[in-house]
Design a protein around this ligand. Structure first.
Ligand SMILES: CC(C)(C)CCc1c(C(=O)O)[nH]c(=O)[nH]c1=O
Length: 312
């Protein structure tokens, strides 16, 4: 069974990888994901120009019903140069996604100039959940700001670039963001990021479960699967076929991976369940996916991708 995918001239021998933010902040974590026999690539924690400690703990929490996670990490990362050094010195045949999340458009442009000028041979993921100007929503929810930054980026950036999108919940928003993204030669779109600003309560103490932002944080895991599938399907239906789709969100079983493929995903990322279960999650997911494909008589993922049926 060939569980493969391609994005431009990058070939993936497995379709699973981590979601940015999980098991990817240090070189040790990145090496662990790359070393797994069942991952096709790795993505770095979204980098800012300088090292960031992130928010005070507790800033991450796993719901005790296993249905999800909430986080307000605050972009803790080792800084842009650390990840540049990692990708420069790493010997691997697996493609690496270099994620960035500048705290301003200027920071993103500066990091992308450095990436353009560097020897780095990999893919770049611009995290559009990055903060916008005060008083405005995150960049991915400000369509003018999204078009503006992509216009400025593609004036100089020639390497394979994709965007990490927040989830959308309105059909007109699917139409609007796709119309903007189709104007640019994007290599991929990664959807979804966590569902922003959820709230989880500890039933024993009547207290929020994370310290930052009065307990508000991004939601991941099973709780977000239906939204993730809808965003993958809606964007696959709207985006030019030259723009590949990375499906992220709600993946805890092989069936969830299969559902992302049905909706049109080329690669599938695992965030919350990787944080909960650890590196062995990739072997379990691949085995469970293979069982489904075998049972249904598929011998290629391309026979599955985008084949979700609607009712006649
Ligand atoms: C939310 C931001 C801190 C602006 C970006 C980093 C990020 C974080 C984070 O570092 O808090 N958590 C997520 O679930 N998704 C993200 O994209």
């Amino acid at each position: 069974m060939q569980l493969t995918a391609n994005i431009q001239n990058y070939h993936f021998n497995h379709i699973l990888l981590n979601a940015a933010g999980v098991m990817c902040q240090t070189s040790m974590e990145l090496d662990t994901v790359l070393a797994s026999e069942y991952t096709g690539a790795v993505v770095t924690k979204s980098a800012t120009p300088l090292v960031r400690p992130g928010n005070p703990a507790p800033r991450y929490y796993e719901l005790n019903n296993g249905l999800g996670t909430i986080n307000s990490m605050g972009l803790p990362n080792e800084g842009f140069d650390y990840y540049m050094d990692y990708v420069d010195t790493k010997e691997t045949y697996k493609p690496i996604f270099f994620s960035i999340a500048g705290l301003s458009k200027q920071e993103n442009i500066a990091m992308l100039h450095q990436l353009q000028d560097a020897d780095f041979d990999g893919l770049i993921e611009l995290n559009l959940s990055c903060p916008n100007v005060p008083g405005k929503p995150q960049t991915g929810y400000d369509f003018e700001a999204t078009e503006q930054i992509l216009t400025e980026v593609f004036a100089f950036f020639k390497k394979p670039l994709g965007v990490k999108l927040p989830p959308y919940f309105d059909i007109v928003h699917f139409d609007d963001i796709a119309a903007i993204l189709n104007k640019f030669p994007l290599a991929f779109v990664n959807t979804i990021n966590s569902i922003g600003n959820g709230l989880v309560i500890d039933q024993d103490t009547d207290t929020v479960v994370i310290k930052p932002k009065a307990g508000f944080g991004g939601i991941g895991g099973t709780l977000v699967k239906a939204t993730a599938l809808a965003n993958v399907r809606a964007l696959r239906d709207r985006l030019n076929t030259t723009i590949k789709i990375i499906g992220t969100g709600g993946v805890t079983t092989g069936r969830d991976v299969y559902d992302h493929l049905l909706c049109g995903a080329d690669l599938v990322e695992v965030g919350s369940q990787l944080a909960i279960e650890g590196i062995t999650v990739f072997e379990r997911l691949e085995k469970e996916l293979t069982e489904i494909l075998t049972e249904k008589g598929y011998d290629s993922l391309d026979d599955v991708r985008g084949q979700l049926k609607i009712m006649s």
